[in-house]
Design a protein around this ligand. Structure first.
Ligand code: OXD
Length: 299
């Protein structure tokens, strides 16, 4: 079965090597801008991060699409034929890495670590000791990532409440009762822009946002306003609406906002290859591939 690799911005070569190491028979082609309709007409499987514009409509034989990520919104394009199953990677190692990143950012914030940077530059031994923090954290999205985040934050002393759209619990009340809000939601039309001026106004003064999901969950201009006004203490954004973030993006220069370039945790090509090949074998046998997302729900 011919598989098209759409891994950009990650180099396809890593995936080809990892897949061929365990499935030498896998028939892989890498996407090129000048790829022809004749080549695409032979493709039965896609492994990728995002569909370049128009490509999904040029795959008449497509039988399965598999994301190289946990989030699938960039493959779930309207032109993807409705009968094509879409799978995602489920990686507990990645979830643990994400949880470590969130714990690092949450602890750095509540322990006031940034307050020691200027004194060190000035060689000033200025102490502001504190007891253990018991800050209240809301984890929005309780899937593989959010669940791991909630467990680790609980283990280091935070009072954690998980929230997901499916529980139907009112988000406003939780935001109002949280010192830190962590976004681990899937990106769907319902969650796009969910963290906006209204949500920030509901969060208590001095509270903090950590986003490890997708940049589009946050209305970034509203966040900048909420931080600049002093209502929010700041934010740690591992993901941004425009990735890679352009040099003139206003988010770079907001005191209190930490930007990292989508590095909180990533699945290894070996993990992706193992899950992909297991799914490919199912499709080759005519069985449904595992780890399918509910296309109507978007995750
Ligand atoms: C993912 C990601 O969704 O890396 O897995 O962002």
């Amino acid at each position: 079965m011919k598989t098209l690799l759409l891994t950009d911005p990650l180099p396809a070569g890593h995936f080809t090597k990892a897949i061929h190491a365990i499935a030498p028979d896998a028939d892989l082609i890498e996407y090129r801008r000048d790829i022809t309709d004749a080549e695409l007409a032979e493709v039965e499987v896609v492994l990728g991060w995002r569909f370049p514009a128009g490509v999904a409509a040029r795959l008449p034989k497509l039988k399965w699409a598999c994301s190289i990520a946990a989030g699938v919104e960039k493959l779930l394009v309207p032109e993807l034929a409705p009968h094509v199953p879409l799978s995602r990677i489920v990686d507990t190692e990645q979830a643990e890495g994400i949880a470590q990143f969130v714990a690092l950012m949450a602890l750095r914030h509540v322990r006031g670590l940034e307050a020691y940077e200027a004194p060190q530059r000035e060689r000033a031994w200025t102490r502001k000791p504190m007891a253990a923090s018991r800050s209240r954290v809301a984890v929005l999205g309780m899937g593989t990532m959010g669940g791991a985040v909630a467990r680790l934050l609980g283990a280091v002393g935070f009072a954690v409440t998980g929230w997901s759209r499916r529980t139907g619990a009112p988000l406003e009340a939780l935001l109002a009762a949280s010192d830190i809000v962590v976004c681990a939601l899937p990106l769907t039309p319902e969650t796009d822009g969910i963290l906006d001026a209204r949500a920030f106004a509901q969060m208590p003064p001095g509270s903090y946002l950590i986003n490890i999901a997708r940049g589009a969950h946050v209305v970034e201009s509203d966040l900048i306003e909420a931080v600049r006004s002093g209502h929010l203490a700041g934010a740690a954004l591992d993901v941004q609406r425009h990735e890679p973030m352009p040099a003139d993006d206003p988010l770079w220069a907001v005191p209190g906002i930490t930007i990292t370039p989508h590095i909180a945790a990533q699945s290894s090509p070996q993990t992706i290859a193992a899950q992909f090949v297991a799914g490919l074998r199912c499709v080759q046998r005519g069985e449904p591939p595992p780890q399918q997302v509910d296309r109507a729900r978007g995750y």
